[in-house]
Design a protein. Structure first.
Length: 186
């Protein structure tokens, strides 16, 4: 029987054992604290027009995102009323969750090794960094994760994924994610 105190996620162990040394050699860091590391992963589902018509759709998105992330997701609400979109202040509009620590490494592992290969006509992700070492990507369907039961899904949601690192440049962040086997297409 596996003791949870002794368990270390696969990517976390790989980061400690091999990735840190490879990054230090590649960029010539003088100190181990200069080596970039993952800070957090933020997942977001926006329900859009479905939530305007039926507020239960946002609750469904929260449940699905909680299942994918392994921790409870928070419902997002509209801050302002927008008459053209029939949105009222305080309306539920989607779900979000922030992952840190072991759950972050477990999610990244499932994203790269299980979910992305299940995407239809997948040729890799576009390297879209923000200039400060953070990476953002999206999925058109949340059902690529094996935790989601196809029979119980009432609607396919798009999903935003933001991977935040403490890297100073985009090149360092891209190298870090490449060491984690992120499938970049360019």
């Amino acid at each position: 029987m596996l003791d949870s105190a002794d368990y270390t996620p696969r990517l976390k162990a790989a980061y400690k054992d091999t990735i840190r040394g490879a990054m230090k050699e590649e960029f010539g860091y003088a100190n181990d604290m200069q080596i970039p590391r993952l800070d957090k992963i933020v997942l977001n589902i926006g329900c859009g027009r479905a939530a305007v018509k039926d507020s239960k759709k946002a609750k469904s998105a929260v449940e699905d995102l909680s299942t994918i992330a392994g921790q409870h997701a928070v419902m997002t609400i509209a801050k302002n009323s927008i008459a053209g979109f029939r949105v009222r202040e305080g309306m539920p509009m989607g779900a979000k969750v922030t992952l840190r620590g072991d759950r972050m490494f477990e999610f990244l592992d499932r994203l790269i090794t299980v979910a992305m290969p299940r995407i239809r006509d997948f040729r890799g992700v576009k390297p879209s960094f923000d200039g400060r070492g953070n990476f953002a990507t999206g999925l058109k369907e949340h059902i690529v994760f094996p935790e989601i039961d196809f029979d119980k899904v009432d609607e396919n949601w798009g999903m935003d994924i933001v991977i935040t690192t403490n890297a100073k440049t985009d090149a360092e962040a891209k190298s870090l994610l490449k060491h984690f086997n992120m499938p970049f297409n360019a």
